[in-house]
Write a protein that binds this ligand. Structure first.
Ligand code: ADP
Ligand code: MG
Length: 679
């Protein structure tokens, strides 16, 4: 007998039930044992009949008698009975449940769960669920598990099948957690935890069981992440010598038209410390839009170049890559650095020239899009690779860049994520946080605009534009249909141009446009040849247009907080006061809370935390794409268990990075590797 045997061999049930189980992902005995409840009903308290409440579900234990069945005039089937305990008696009524005739036995003790109702001047229990009394109740008189259901598979059915199966099989489930780690972290025995999570014997035991099973999941995730980091830092190809701080770095910083913020200095130092090591860095810098990540990246690129290495910076879009190129070109100009730009639009002959010069090493720094990781691109001695907006790239794309002689790797992200979440999503990277904005950065005034004020808002925008400013209009996100989204953007653009702002010049930007067309539009907007840019959410990433001061977002409730925050970050980049207007037609409570959070807070980290608490991690930008397998028990917001698991995993990987002494764990981590979707 094995846990991997088909469930049909261990359960007596129908073909239909079996195929429904398959739909729930349950194929083997193990699958069923590990099909955990999604919620619980606390039915552990019995009510006596004298104290029945009309407003809630009561669990009553008593004797059933005086059962009679009848058909009513209008053809309905009615069952009535008397139900008594030591405190009194009550009438019970069921409608249209003829099978009761077979199962209710007068004089028997049973448990009923249901609401009591007043009718015809007396209290009765109406259509309660019932169960025979046993030493240990399955459906009542306890904390009862509630499962994800599918047609034909009810929680009640699952409970009935699971209880005997658990008794028989649970001790065979393999526990992969080393005993010393279990004890150190004060965790429940595995088999007990699986039993308790299905059929809790108390609230406390249930909590302990959940904690144990969550720990298991998070521990594996952390092991995998830390192992990946270990592999990365122990690659043999890494040929860099430790880089000290070069004197030109000081000159570079002195040359800047501003002083770095404390958070920038701290992050810079963390990176410089990494570069002094013999192994390659793997670090993620998180910082709000406008917090100044580029200049920090530029500083360490310069440091690497001055040690004789090549550097590369990859960005997700051509607009963004070009912007970085221009910034770095200026910053590097006093230091005799050969910096080049490469993207999809670069002409073939030039691409070839760049590819050649990268190989011979005459190019010191290259900035570009995916074009950077095309097959024919290779480096002479790449010492540092920077990836901007790293979540926009797939794991593979990052790996290709890394495979060029295992350079130090620096990732940047403008999507702030709460620390514990980042630790799980990006556990293979060290984390630096720029949680401070440069001095004098203006506060963007944010307002939720009611529909009746729409025209006023348009007039006001027109005034602003007459005084020289520019505006963005973001069209609503339309789920699962790029085509509809584009269509609505086109309509909005035409409507605004014809009826609202006929005297102004409007531009349109959407995802179905060619990269070159998009660039042209952005360029016109940048030069203020376009007053208002109507766009779908493609505008999101990092573009810098200081003269744009108005961000108007339609259907704002459809966007997540992180995304709204990203949009807002497009304005407030210049000297003029900037504004963000949120329009919404829907008024769900959660949506309202989200928009209000935008009005109340300007920190992306704060907003990310709020988003996490409002919508849960699944919805947060980047979680779905991160390749993290679905967690059955653990929550990505459970920072206490995440920290426990992280610490335990760290300790273990430090001692035994390959898990040679823990074959079961090793196996499990490897198994998970296959679950991780590598895009
Ligand atoms: P992001 O973190 O969004 O990539 P950028 O690196 O594009 O932000 O920086 C936004 C703007 O802030 C740039 O114009 C940059 O020159 C400027 N900047 C960066 N650091 C500072 C600072 N310490 N003080 C003032 N301005 C700064
Ligand atoms: Mg940036």
């Amino acid at each position: 007998m094995s846990l991997s045997q088909p469930i049909s061999t261990a359960l007596r049930t129908t073909k239909v039930h079996l195929s429904r189980l398959q739909e729930l992902g349950i194929h083997t005995v193990r699958d069923l044992l590990l099909f955990f409840p999604r919620a619980y009903d606390d039915k552990s308290q019995y009510t006596c009949i004298a104290e029945l409440r009309t407003d809630e579900v009561n669990n009553v234990r008593g004797i059933i008698s005086n059962i009679f069945h009848k058909r009513t005039k209008n053809g309905k089937y009615l069952t009535k009975a008397l139900f008594s305990d030591e405190t009194g008696s009550i009438e019970v009524v069921w409608f249209n449940q003829p099978y009761l005739k077979r199962v209710l036995i007068s004089g028997k003790e049973i448990v009923l769960s249901g609401k009591a109702k007043f009718g015809f001047g007396k209290l009765s229990l109406q259509s309660p669920s019932f169960e025979e009394t046993k030493k240990e109740q399955t459906h009542s008189g306890r904390i009862v598990p509630v499962y994800h259901q599918t047609e034909g598979i009810t929680s009640k059915w699952l409970r009935e099948k699971l209880q005997p199966l658990l008794e028989e099989w649970v001790s065979r489930l393999e526990d992969f957690l080393p005993e010393d780690i279990r004890k150190e972290n004060d965790l429940m025995d595995y088999h007990k935890a699986v039993k308790e999570v299905h059929f809790p014997t108390s609230e406390e035991n249930l909590e302990e069981a959940k904690k144990r099973l969550s720990f298991d999941e998070l521990f594996l995730l952390q092991l995998k992440a830390l192992q990946k980091k270990w592999h990365w830092q122990n690659v043999s190809e890494h040929e860099q010598k430790p880089m000290q701080q070069h004197t030109d770095l000081g000159n570079f910083l002195k040359n800047l038209p501003f002083e770095l913020t404390n958070a920038q200095v701290k992050t810079l130092n963390e990176i410089l410390t990494d570069l002094k090591q013999l192994y390659p860095m793997s670090r993620l810098v998180q910082g709000d839009v406008g917090s100044g990540k580029t200049v920090v990246a530029g500083a360490v690129m310069l440091n690497a170049i001055k040690h004789g290495y090549q550097t590369a910076l990859m960005a997700p879009t051509e607009i963004l890559a070009r912007q970085h190129y221009q910034t770095l070109f200026k910053l590097f100009s006093p230091f005799g650095i050969n910096i080049q730009f490469i993207a999809g639009s670069t002409v073939q002959s030039q691409k070839e020239q760049i590819a050649n010069d990268l190989k011979t090493g005459t190019i010191d720094a290259v900035v570009g899009t995916h074009a950077l990781i095309q097959e024919n691109i290779g480096f002479k001695n790449l010492g540092l690779a920077v990836i901007d907006e790293q979540h926009r790239f797939g794991v593979k794309q990052r790996d290709i860049l890394k495979s060029n002689g295992s350079p130090h790797l620096l990732s940047l992200s403008a999507t702030p994520i709460p620390r514990t979440l980042a630790m799980t999503l990006y556990g293979d990277q060290d984390l630096s946080v720029i949680d401070e904005m440069p001095k004098g950065r203006q506060q963007i005034i944010t307002r939720i605009v009611p529909e009746k004020k729409r025209m006023d808002a348009y007039h006001w925008i027109e005034e602003q534009i007459k005084s020289g400013r520019q505006a963005f209009v973001i069209c609503p996100l339309i789920d699962e249909s790029d085509v509809l989204e584009v269509k609505s953007a086109i309509q909005e653009f035409e409507y605004l141009q014809e009826h609202i702002f006929p005297k102004l010049k409007l531009g349109l930007l959407h995802g179905k446009m060619k990269a070159k067309e998009k660039d042209e539009i952005m360029e016109l907007f940048k030069q203020n040849m376009i007053n208002i840019l109507v766009s779908t959410s493609v505008i999101e990433v990092g573009i810098d247009i200081p003269n744009a001061t108005i961000m108007m977002i339609e259907g704002a409730d459809r966007f997540g907080l992180s995304q709204l925050h990203q949009f807002r970050g497009r304005v407030g980049r210049g000297e003029h006061q900037s504004y963000c207007f949120l329009f919404t037609d829907k008024k769900s409570d959660e949506g309202k809370k989200r928009l209000q959070a935008m009005v109340d807070h300007s920190s992306g980290f704060k907003l990310a935390e709020i988003d996490l608490s409002l919508r849960g991690p699944g919805e947060i930008y980047g979680v779905k794409q991160s390749g993290i397998p679905d967690l059955k028990m653990a929550s990505l917001t459970d920072s206490i268990t995440i920290n426990l698991a992280r610490e335990a995993a760290k300790k273990l990987i430090d001692q035994d990075p390959q898990l040679s002494n823990y074959p079961k764990l090793k196996e499990k981590v490897k198994e998970m590797e296959e679950v991780f979707v590598n895009d």
